[in-house]
Design a protein around this ligand. Structure first.
Ligand code: PEP
Ligand code: MG
Length: 325
C-alpha cells in the first residue's frame, strides 16, 4: 500500500488553490517509526503511549518509557511529535491496574479520569517525557478531557514537574506545550475557556462522534446507521475549528475520519487544516488534498448548511466525482 505512493512522497500537501495542509502521522509503537520517513509525514500528530503499557505485564519502568519517547523524538528530528498521555482503562485494559466490571467501560474509568485519581501514574509518565525531551520541544496532550477543570488539574501536574526540574537545576526541554484532546462533546461548550489555557487542540473523532450519536463505535450492528458525513457533525466540527482559529490555537483532527478521503475532503471544507492519520492513509489523503480546490469545496459545503439529509455522502461523492477529486 505505502509503496504505491512512493513517487508522491516529496510532493507538498497543498491544495490546487495553494492552501498548505499539515499532514501528520499517527503512531504508537517502534515499528511505526520507519513510516515517518517512508511517507514523509510532517510529524507525529498522535503518539498513543498506552500501547507500551498494554503489551507488558508490569508497569513500564521510567527508563523504558524515557527510552521509547527519546527514540521517537530522535527519529522525528525537527518534525513535531505529540505524545498523548495514557488512554488506558475502558476498552484498553492494562495488567497492573485493578479491573472493575463496568457496564459501559468506554464511558467509564479511563484516560484522564484515571490520571487524576492516580496522579502518581501521570507524574511518572510526565517525568519520562520531560527526561526524553531534554534540549528539545516536548508536546503532550490529555485524552478524554470533559471540562476545563480536568484539563487544568492535569496541566498543573505537568507544570509542577517542569518547576521541579528547574528548581534542581536539571536539564530540561526547551519548551513544553500542553494540549487537550476534544473527544467528549461537553468540552465543546467550554471552548472559550479551554482555549485560554491550552496550547493546542486535537479532535478525536472516533470517541467524539460515538458520544455525539450515543452510538458504540465497535458495534457492528450500528456500523452503517449514522454517517460522519451528516450535517450535524459537520456543523459541529466547523464551529469547533472556527473557535480555535479565531484565537489562533492550532487544531488537528486525529481520529480515523481524517484518514478517509471523502471524510477528509469534508473536514477541509469545514476549515480543518491539520490532519493526523495512519501511515497507510498519508498517500491517499495527500493525493486528495492536491486534487481539490479548497475555496470551491468550502463554498459547496456552506451551501448545504440547512440540509436535513441523513447523510451528505451521496452529494459529496458526486461533487468529488464531478471535480476529479
Ligand atoms: C479518537 O478517539 O478519535 C482517538 C484518536 O483516540 P483513540 O482512537 O485512541 O481512542
Ligand atoms: Mg479516543
Amino acid at each position: 500500500r505505502l509503496a504505491e505512493y512512493t513517487a508522491e512522497r516529496d510532493l507538498p500537501a497543498v491544495t490546487r488553490d495553494g492552501v498548505p495542509i499539515e499532514l501528520l502521522m499517527n503512531a504508537g509503537l517502534l515499528i511505526d517509526l520507519p513510516h515517518l520517513e517512508e511517507t514523509n509525514a510532517a510529524g507525529i500528530g498522535l503518539f498513543r503511549t498506552e500501547f507500551q503499557f498494554m503489551v507488558g505485564s508490569t508497569l513500564p519502568r521510567h527508563t523504558a518509557q524515557r527510552d521509547l519517547y527519546a527514540k521517537v523524538l530522535d527519529t522525528a528530528g525537527d518534525r513535531p511529535v505529540v505524545f498523548r498521555t495514557l488512554d488506558i482503562g475502558g476498552d484498553k485494559p492494562v495488567p497492573f491496574l485493578p479491573r472493575f466490571e463496568e457496564e459501559n467501560p468506554v464511558m467509564g474509568w479511563r484516560a484522564i479520569r484515571i490520571a487524576l485519581d492516580r496522579p502518581a501514574l501521570l507524574r511518572h509518565q510526565v517525568r519520562a517525557l520531560l527526561a526524553a525531551g531534554e534540549g528539545r520541544v516536548v508536546r503532550l496532550m490529555f485524552p478524554m478531557v470533559s471540562d476545563v477543570a480536568e484539563f487544568r488539574a492535569a496541566r498543573a501536574i505537568v507544570d509542577k514537574e517542569v518547576r521541579r526540574l528547574e528548581a534542581r537545576g536539571r536539564p530540561q526541554p526547551v519548551r513544553v506545550e500542553v494540549g487537550s484532546m476534544l473527544e467528549v462533546p461537553a468540552l465543546a461548550w467550554q471552548l472559550p475557556a479551554l482555549l485560554r489555557e491550552t496550547d493546542f487542540i486535537s479532535i478525536g473523532t472516533n470517541d467524539l462522534l460515538q458520544f455525539f450519536y450515543a452510538c458504540d463505535r465497535s458495534n457492528g450492528r450500528l456500523a452503517d446507521r449514522y454517517d460522519l458525513l451528516c450535517p450535524a457533525v459537520l456543523n459541529f466540527l466547523r464551529e469547533i475549528v472556527h473557535a480555535c482559529d479565531a484565537v489562533g490555537v492550532p487544531v488537528t483532527v486525529c481520529g480515523e475520519m481524517g484518514g478517509r478521503p471523502l471524510e477528509a475532503l469534508a473536514l477541509l471544507g469545514v476549515g480543518v487544516r491539520r490532519l493526523s492519520v495512519s501511515a497507510a492513509a498519508i498517500g491517499p489523503i495527500k493525493r486528495m488534498i492536491r486534487s481539490v480546490d479548497l475555496g470551491q469545496v468550502s463554498t459547496f459545503l456552506a451551501s448545504l448548511g440547512d440540509t436535513t439529509d441523513h447523510s451528505l455522502r451521496p452529494v459529496l461523492r458526486a461533487y468529488a466525482h464531478d471535480h476529479d477529486v
